[in-house]
Structure formats: structure tokens, C-alpha cells
Design a protein around this ligand. Sequence first.
Ligand code: AMP
Ligand code: FE
Ligand code: FE
Ligand code: ZN
Length: 285
Amino acid sequence: MRIDLHTHSSVSDGTETPTELLATARAAGLDVLALTDHDTTAGWAEVERARPAGLTVVPGMELSCRWFPSGAPPISVHLLAYLFDPDHPGLVAERTRLRTERLARGERIVDALAAAGYPVTWAQIVERSQGGVVGRPHVARALVDAGVVASVDQAFATLLHHRSPYYLAKADTDVLEGIALVRAAGGVPVFAHGLATKRGRVVGDEAIAAMVDAGLMGLEVDHPDHDADERAHLRRLAGERGLLVTGSSDYHGTNKTTPIAACTTAPDQLEALLAAGTGATPFRD
Ligand code: AMP
Ligand code: FE
Ligand code: FE
Ligand code: ZN
């Protein structure tokens, strides 16, 4: 069994439609795929409809969150959520708030870039996103198309880096509230790429302990952005706290260089995850 529990489609910042993503999963020999677009469930209906026989699809999402350390600025953290009720009112409202926040923040970033002379416009980015959830990858694409940078990766290393003067944070969900919301909606919350230092500051063990106390059920241990030491540390924490251990690619199509199934999840961990989720059912034969 080959299991990849973290992928993005074009309803957020991946480059493949949900249907294309299913074909990519199949071609890579996956048996189980989770769709985890940022702050939206907009791709769920399409993967349910277009799912090929033999492929199990776990409906999910990656919720944009923040951890608030005492005496330091908030740290961006991503919370994977699986099998939650997509109609839970509190979670619906929070997703809507996050998408609105992303639009306002994206427009401010692009306006600042345009004011500095970079040939990008917010209207062009909104049109290209086709109603999907907009993030920095969309701005990066526009910068590539305009010939400002050679690649999405180069855009993130320069103009869109979290230490760039053009970078703006967004008012993401307090992660402890996010965990509580996902649990209230019957979902399974898993801390995504928790020690990926190349993305920015990461949280300490005390934050993970607080997240566990709030209802966190798993840690994404095997992720392309984690080195061997980071994986070992998270695996030990998961063992100590009785948490699920997942492994995933965080596939984004051609917006990232990582192939699908670059990291995978063990079958017994999938079974435990499926048993814990009560807000939705997986799409399968
Ligand atoms: P945002 O949520 O708008 O701040 O954008 C962050 C998103 O950009 C994350 O979901 C990542 O998937 C993506 N990202 C971060 N670094 C890179 C990179 N070097 N290349 C492509 N995508 C990236
Ligand atoms: Fe992303
Ligand atoms: Fe993420
Ligand atoms: Zn992701």
C-alpha cells in the first residue's frame, strides 16, 4: 500500500486540477491519496466524482494557523485536517475568514510590488486563480510570467521570502482554536511539517505539547522539508504522546519540484487515522 496524505490541487496553490491530481496519483502507483488544499474543501466534490476505481481518496484540508509564543511574534504553523464535517458552521466561517484575509493580503503584496515597478497586477492574479484560494505561489507565478524571476522557487528565495520587504503576514487562525474546531467537526488534526526550518521560525516542544493538550492527534514526520534529525525528534515526540505518524509529499504540481509520493504513510497509521475521523467518510470502492 502506497499512501500520500498531503497534496494540493489548483483549487489552492497546486498546478493540477483535482482530476489531473488523481491521474498523477495513479501513475505514481498510489493506493491512497489525501487532498489537502489550503483553507478550502472546494476540491472534494471533484475528487469524489472523478476518483478512479481502486484509489482511495481521503478528504482533507491544510488550515493556515499561528502559534503565539510569549514575548515573541507569532509563528506560522500549518494544520492538516482530515475527515471533518465540511458543513460544520464554525469551521466554514473560519475558512471563509482565512480566504478573505488571503485576498486582502495578496492584493497589498502585489500593489507594493507594482508600486516598486514590478510588472504584476492583482487583477491578472485573481483571474489566473479562477476563484481558488490565492497565496504567494500565485504571485510567484505572475513574477515568473513577467520575466522578473526565473522560477517560483527563485521568487520565494527573493521578493516573496518571509524576510523580504514585500512580505506580509496574515491573520491566520490561532492553532489551538484551529485544533478545537477540527475536533468539533469530527476531524483528525495533524501538525504539518512542524520542524521545517527552511520555511521560517518553527515552534518548540512546549508548543507541540500545548497542541496535543488541545486535541492534536498526529505529527507529519516524513516530509520533504524535514531532515533526518527533525524526523527523529518528531517521531520520538509522537511515540511519547501516542500520536499518529504520517509521511507525505506536500505535492503542488509544478509549483514545487517535489514529486508526488516523495514521502509516504504506513498502513497502520492510515487505519488509525480513518478510524478516528467521524465528520466525513473516505471516497473509496
Ligand atoms: P502563503 O500561504 O501565501 O504565505 O504561501 C505559502 C505557500 O507557498 C505554502 O503553502 C507553500 O506551499 C508555498 N511555498 C513555500 N515555499 C515555496 C517554494 N520555495 N516554492 C514553491 N512554493 C513554496
Ligand atoms: Fe501550498
Ligand atoms: Fe504547509
Ligand atoms: Zn501543504
